[in-house]
Design a protein around this ligand. Sequence first.
Ligand code: NAP
Ligand code: ZN
Ligand code: ZN
Length: 349
Amino acid sequence: MKINALVAHDAAKPLSSSAITLRPLQQQDVKIEILYCGVCHSDLHMARNEWAVSRYPLVPGHEIVGRVVETGADVMNFKPGDVVGVGVMVDSCRQCHFCQQKEEQYCESGFVATYNGIDKYTGDSTWGGYAQNVVVDQHFVVSVPQALPLAGVAPLLCAGVTVWSPLRHFGVKAGDKVGVVGLGGLGHMAVKLASAMGAEVTLFTTSPAKGEDALRLGAKRVVVSRDAQQMASAQTSLDFIVDCVSAPHDLDPYLATLKTNGRLVLVGIPEQPHQSPNVTPLVNRRLSISGSSIGSIQETQEMLDFCGEHNITADIELIAGEEIETAFARMLKGDVKYRFVIDMQATHW
Ligand code: NAP
Ligand code: ZN
Ligand code: ZN
């Protein structure tokens, strides 16, 4: 079936509207009319081939909220009219240790990404959410809680779950002192979710002007990371840090803010690597550095349900599809409050 989408034709050209072909509905598939799609920094990395894995043409978008319009014969949990979400994965092997444990994001064969992946049925690319429709296996579709504003739900599907997963996996609990580095799409969700879990949040930012927002979003303290004095005052005060920065930077000043046994989790994936941190503080204070990849389908549903209970959505700027290049340019300057979301109905294809 042919639909319209915003397509990257190569790394240097702006995205433009073109027709793409979705796979025919399989028995276990759900066809979704996309209402909103968040603009993740990964979309920009991929559109520009910054991770050197992009295959063109490419349709970005993995923060999808929409309405079910059709279901295959084996679909039991969804029906036309349901409001649903799709995140970063649309399939996986279903058989390996991690798939069996419901951690598809660590599938030993690699999960099938929502875009720039290989569709199991057609062998063609998977096409992302900057589009009118998407066809997805029911296992990779989640339910959106009622009453949340839908445009603000879209960013939960990647930004939300990517910070939720490490907070949960590493057992962050009420009263913990949690640092968040970078107030962008992921970072602002980390501030909201960690503070809703009862943690006391410190936000590290390179943008002093974001300080007031951080406090409004739930942070207790804001530290301007380029100010050495402010960084010194935060020394050995934190149990856990989630680093959401999209660019390479020195990790040592953040490690210095961890207490003994503290953990720094990296979720940002910069184009170039961070320089190696200094080993001595890691050894002397038994610090850990971890990474974390998105979150499972089960975690995504848990996070959405938590957001439904706590009335949490992303702070967004709604755009039409034709504004995507301006959005990318502002994103590169760290100038987003705090996620762009494409309104498909406002888009002229
Ligand atoms: P974003 O909205 O662009 O936010 C990134 C933030 O990083 C900026 O707002 C800025 O915050 C800070 N920053 C940017 N450049 C910086 C620099 N040179 N030095 C220090 N700080 C800088 O990006 P996002 O969508 O949240 O994504 C963040 C990163 O996570 C990207 O690399 C993305 O690909 C990655 N990601 C990973 C996963 C995963 O599974 N692990 C999932 C989704 C995204 P301040 O202005 O506050 O300093
Ligand atoms: Zn993403
Ligand atoms: Zn697997």
